[in-house]
Design a protein around this ligand. Structure first.
Ligand code: NAD
Length: 273
């Protein structure tokens, strides 16, 4: 994980250190999870906590992040669980069915679907936002999420859980990430509609809306100024594991009466909606 350049954020634990205080309780024993974008950040932390709770994972990753995906696999395997890696570019929607087919074939089924992969790139003004960036962002963040969920759906049985990674930005309307912000709003509406379709079948569908979390996405896509301002009312950005705990909650029967909701894990920003 890249060091955070802001001196006030230096007390954040190392990536491995984040898991030391976590008390696993076998909440996902024997479960099988498909996680998109598991090579770093929140996806990796979720695969690790899933393993600590007893689940195997199938994670997608991008080619240039192969080393990172390998690290996720090693971290999962340390907890005695399986982690299958699958390289895919989700902007190519034709790849989505293959992702699900491969996950089902490797894992032997899917109990948890964590739609986590996303793309963002800062652009200050709508005047400078290229149309093809808008389409690319929607392809990865929304269209691939729809395709993967559609193809996974027939494999999900009563008790299965779908968790979609949205963002605080959908609520606060962050201006310099207009395309990304719009995709995250779509994800929240999709979560609500799909929950209304599936909850009667015992399949729960929820979203998370993380606030600022220090992951490789941030230094790769945000300006120096935005990185400097990257904090929360708690006085620091979040750690990926602090988001992954919410995903574990939504994946497990601890949240058995919760569907169609969005959990705001954002360090204390009170948002509407
Ligand atoms: P990250 O860079 O560690 O993860 C992003 C993931 O998306 C990577 O695993 C990457 O492989 C995948 N991805 C990106 N483009 C892809 C493509 N074309 N094909 C396939 N996979 C692709 O960053 P992260 O912060 O852990 O992001 C994970 C999720 O958390 C995203 O949905 C992001 O929007 C959300 N989120 C992050 C923050 C934050 O502050 N970091 C805040 C709110 C929401």
């Amino acid at each position: 994980q890249m060091p955070n350049p802001n001196p006030q954020f230096q007390n954040i634990p190392t990536e491995e250190g984040q898991y030391q205080k976590y008390r696993a309780a076998g909440k996902l024993k024997g479960q099988k999870a498909l996680i998109t974008g598991g090579d770093s950040g929140i996806g990796r932390a979720t695969a690790v906590l899933f393993a600590m709770e007893g689940a195997d994972s199938f994670i997608t990753h991008m080619s240039e992040e192969r080393q990172d995906a390998q690290k996720t696999k090693e971290m999962v395997e340390q907890h005695g669980h399986k982690c299958y890696l699958y390289e895919v570019d989700l902007s190519e929607l034709k790849n989505c069915k293959k992702v699900v087919d491969e996950a089902v074939s490797k894992l032997g089924g899917i109990d948890i679907l964590f739609n986590n992969a996303a793309y963002q790139m800062m652009v200050e003004s709508i005047d400078d936002l290229p149309e093809d960036q808008w389409i690319h962002t929607f392809n990865i963040n929304v269209h691939s999420l729809f395709h993967i969920t559609k193809y996974a759906r027939p494999h999900l049985k009563a008790g299965a859980s779908i968790i979609n990674n949205a963002s605080i930005n959908a609520y606060i309307g962050r201006p310099d990430l207009l395309d990304y912000t719009s995709t995250k709003g779509a994800i929240i509406s999709f979560t609500r509609g799909l929950s209304n379709q599936l909850v009667g079948k015992g399949i729960r569908v929820n979203a998370i809306a993380p606030g600022p979390v220090w992951t490789p996405l941030i230094p790769a896509t945000m300006s120096e100024k935005a990185i400097k301002d990257f904090t929360s009312p708690l006085g620091r950005p979040g750690q990926p594991s602090e988001i992954a705990t919410c995903v574990v909650f939504l994946a497990s029967t601890d949240s058995s009466f919760i569907s169609g909701q969005t959990i705001h894990c954002n360090g204390g920003v009170v948002v509407n909606g």
